[in-house]
Design a protein around this ligand. Structure first.
Ligand SMILES: [Zn+2]
Length: 130
């Protein structure tokens, strides 16, 4: 039985994390991901090692940086990094970066302006939507 994906990310190698980051970079390049989403994702790419140092990859390079109290220092990361928050974060990335074309379009009611999604009639005033 395959393990749930979140288990695999509790203790990840720097290389695995860079691969994950590459997916985000690619989506950003393709325009699937907005600048704001990408920046949010990059900010979440911070991981602790087992002695409590904080590590983060560069946004556009594969260089790792260690947080030294007041600055990021380029350094060689440890073999594994703890990514305890990542199951939630990675799920957020997936949702933030998934193309939204599959969902019903939002239609603003012509009468009261309420946004409606997948309805025939406005949920607020009952006006027929076109
Ligand atoms: Zn309405």
């Amino acid at each position: 039985m395959p393990e749930p994906p979140e288990i695999a990310y509790e203790n990840a190698t720097p290389q695995q994390l860079l691969e994950r980051l590459d997916i985000l970079r690619e989506r950003f390049r393709m325009g699937v991901m907005s600048v704001a989403d990408f920046n949010t994702a990059i900010r979440a790419f911070q991981f602790k090692d087992d002695i409590g140092h904080l590590w983060a990859p560069g946004a556009t390079s594969d260089q790792w940086y260690r947080w030294d109290l007041d600055q990021w220092t380029p350094a060689e990361p440890p073999r594994t990094l703890l990514v305890s928050q990542s199951p939630v974060l990675f799920t957020d990335f997936e949702q933030a970066t998934r193309p939204r074309a599959t969902g019903p379009a939002v239609i603003h009611c012509g009468k009261c302006g309420t946004p409606n999604s997948g309805n025939k009639f406005c949920t607020k005033c009952g006006n027929r939507l076109r």
